[in-house]
Design a protein. Structure first.
Length: 179
């Protein structure tokens, strides 16, 4: 049995090993699909339209630049991690999102890039089951004129005929914040 302190240290060591470039391996840092997320890199404070704290988020590249990782910490205690990667066979940018409620509807999501403009916005679309229905889930990240980021997550229960907002957050850089 490993105590909490030792387990935390092991996770920290493993994480630093994953983040370190490996010599002699082909990296992905010049991949144009992953570069679509560069405007989102950094450490962020996420607020609603009224300035209330929704949470914090850190976005960075790992594994020789082959993935972009997102680490979300909600102000209410919820956590989630996204991994963005390019699927080798299709060449498409994909997202895998997992939360601490992974077994609940929407607790894990897989999405695919459906629209983008370099340095300006990206939009991902996926679906997940919820009982007898399938819910479409669309995430759009847009760079605002002041350098902040708007994240809008919408869902549709009618195959995309109509959309309702599930999450709307304004990303504000923390400190120097941007990587």
């Amino acid at each position: 049995m490993v105590d909490k302190q030792t387990a935390g240290f092991l996770v920290l060591v493993a994480g630093s090993m994953l983040a370190s470039p490996s010599h002699g391996q082909l990296g992905c840092s010049s991949n144009p699909e992953l570069a679509l997320l560069d405007f989102w890199f950094g450490e962020w404070r996420v607020e609603d339209d009224d300035g209330n704290l929704l949470g914090s988020n850190i976005i960075y590249r790992m594994l020789n630049g082959c993935i972009v990782q997102e680490q979300w910490q909600g102000s209410g205690g919820g956590v989630g991690i996204s991994v963005f990667y390019v699927e080798p066979n299709s060449g498409k940018l994909k997202q895998l999102w997992v939360t601490g409620q992974a077994l609940s509807p929407g607790g894990t999501k897989e999405k695919e890039l459906v629209a983008a403009e370099l340095g300006e916005y990206v939009q991902f679309l996926g679906s997940y089951p919820n009982g007898d229905e399938t819910i479409l889930d669309r995430t759009t990240l847009s760079k605002l004129p002041d350098g902040q980021i708007l994240q809008l997550i919408e869902i549709s229960r009618d195959s995309g005929e109509s959309w309702e907002t599930g999450f709307r957050g304004i990303y504000k850089p923390v400190g120097s914040g941007r990587r």
